[in-house]
Ligand binder design. Structure first.
Ligand code: AP5
Length: 216
């Protein structure tokens, strides 16, 4: 299965992708995570992306498309993947169509996570993740069962993203509205778009996505 989770920053794409990858045996491909790893490694890509991400703008299409093209060609993607954060522009969506077409693959579903933008800043500024295994948490909405210890790996170091502050969130939302939202009619026209209520509780959002995938 080839799946896209589409929605603004904080919509819950990463949260749901982590859960879906185990249930469906799919690989989560988060371009945000790939870029953050590049920044941490100090690679050429990371050096280019760092300032752009901290301003809340989009990294140039050519860099991102190359990243995804390399990634989906790897063996662990052969049984399917969930794209989390890609595509984000019509040019990226067109490049994805070409990549899939050249391999004889098709996109099964694009799940739009419909959310109230006003609620997203609270979600984003409260987010943190385990520094060891990457499991995501939230100060209010998803606390660890035992404070200070990761539920999954028992790690005790947690990190917060540099772009998770109110100013950058405003720029990220603006980028979503102007450059990514046009993908909704793009995929609706191809008959693959399905909408879920991203404001529901996490378990409920997950059940809605399962129901959409059950029909595909
Ligand atoms: P990226 O890392 O993709 O960030 P984003 O799209 O801004 O999305 P987020 O990770 O902020 O949100 P999410 O929807 O995954 O929400 P989450 O599940 O964590 O991109 C970062 C930057 O990289 C971009 O700004 C850009 O510069 C660059 N970039 C990346 N891809 C690119 C591309 N393709 N092209 C160009 N540039 C690119 O949830 C958020 C919080 O809310 C969590 O704490 C969670 O616990 C909580 N939560 C989740 N669901 C619920 C719920 N239902 N109820 C209550 N709380 C919830």
């Amino acid at each position: 299965m080839k799946l896209i989770l589409l929605g603004p920053p904080g919509a819950g794409k990463g949260t749901q992708a982590q859960r879906l990858q185990d249930r469906y045996g799919l690989r989560q491909l988060s371009t945000g995570d790939m870029l953050r790893a590049a920044v941490a490694s100090g690679s050429e890509l990371g050096l280019t992306a760092k300032g752009i991400m901290e301003r809340g703008e989009l990294v140039p299409d050519g860099l991102i498309v190359g990243l995804i093209e390399d990634r989906i060609g790897q063996a662990d993607c052969a049984s399917g993947f969930i794209l989390d954060g890609f595509p984000r522009t019509v040019a990226q969506a067109e490049a994805l169509d070409r990549m899939l077409g050249s391999r004889g693959w098709k996109l099964d579903k694009v799940v739009e996570m419909d959310v109230d933008e006003a609620a997203l800043t609270a979600r984003i500024v409260g987010r943190f993740s385990c520094g060891k295994c990457g499991t995501g948490y939230h100060d209010v909405f998803k606390k660890a069962a035992k404070a200070g210890l990761c539920d999954v790996c028992g790690g005790s170091e947690f990190t917060r993203r540099k772009d998770d502050n109110a100013e950058t969130v405003t720029a990220r939302m603006a980028a979503y509205r102007s450059q990514t939202a046009p993908l909704l009619p793009y995929y609706a026209a191809r008959g693959v778009l399905a909408k879920v209520d991203g404001m529901a509780a996490m378990d409920d959002v997950y059940r809605q996505i399962e129901s959409v995938l059950g029909k595909s």
